[in-house]
Ligand binder design. Structure first.
Ligand SMILES: [Zn+2]
Length: 276
């Protein structure tokens, strides 16, 4: 059987449905908005419906108890791969938690890809566990991922690698998928990240057949893991090209769902290649 057959199960319609749902169900997904608990419950319900028991990871910030949502695909042995995306959003004023912030590209797209990956790989055995993390507080300087990475490190937990999805819906004219390489922070985990990039480039060229470019990893949820010494990479549409970035106009009509699907296909191809 073709190793990559499961790629054909990735559904553009599912990706579109999830992005639209996340961007329109609440006026904002700002972490300090009154909607935060309902959003956490919704995301937990999505994991449950996909067959993964969800867990809430609670941390304290700004005098509040805030949540990330975690789930894990069991099976295999050894250290889990962590696939992550932030579910919070913002608009022009970070300090207006109830102002409309649909956050379609940033980062309903990453959340939608994560759910679609979870769905298509549900019954595919992998040689390591695959853990899913949906982080909050990314827009406030990585609150959720910082708290979670610190706890992983504190309990001495090994992670095979951390793979981040942030803004995966607004391509440049050539529709490059940007591969995030660890080039900064601690030097000792850079080589491992570069190796993953080489593999991603090969898969993009030969299996998924999409063009890629490399960007330095920065300013998203993999950074707190990088700082703790973990191996990181991720996918991204490219640096600050999106005209609706952090604006109330970041709505689903701006998203290229064919491109989002390519992001999901490369993520799944990588997981099949690396962990099967
Ligand atoms: Zn983002």
């Amino acid at each position: 059987m073709d190793k990559y057959q499961v790629l054909s199960k990735i559904s553009r319609a599912n990706l579109e449905r999830d992005v639209k749902d996340l961007a329109t169900r609440w006026p904002t997904r700002h972490t300090l908005s009154k909607h935060h608990p309902a959003i956490v419950a919704y995301l937990s319900g999505k994991f449950k419906a996909l067959g993964y028991p969800p867990k809430r990871h609670v941390y304290e910030q700004a005098g509040k108890s805030l949540s990330n949502v975690i789930a894990q695909k069991p099976g295999g042995s050894g250290a889990p791969i962590l696939l992550c995306a932030h579910f919070d959003s913002r608009q022009e004023d970070l300090h207006a938690p109830e102002a409309p912030a649909p956050g379609a590209d940033d980062n309903a797209t990453g959340v939608a890809v994560l759910f679609e990956v979870a769905r298509v790989l549900k019954d595919t055995p992998l040689r390591v566990p695959l853990r899913f993390a949906l982080f909050s507080g990314e827009e406030q300087n990585l609150w959720g991922s910082t708290a979670y990475a610190a706890e992983c490190k504190q309990r001495g937990e090994k992670l095979t690698l951390v793979f981040n999805l942030d803004e995966v819906g607004y391509p440049d004219t050539e529709k490059h998928l940007f591969l995030d390489r660890d080039e900064r922070g601690r030097p000792e985990n850079n080589a491992a990240s570069a190796k993953l990039i080489t593999r991603l480039e090969w898969l993009a060229r030969n299996v998924v057949k999409v063009p890629t470019r490399i960007d330095p990893a920065e300013a998203s949820d993999y950074i707190p893991f990088e700082a703790q010494g973990y191996t990181i990479t991720g996918l991204y549409e490219g640096e600050y090209r999106y005209p609706h970035y952090h604006k109330s106009t970041d709505t689903p009509d701006k998203v290229d769902f064919g491109y989002v699907k390519d992001m999901a296909r490369l993520t799944v191809a990588f997981l099949l290649d690396y962990a099967r």
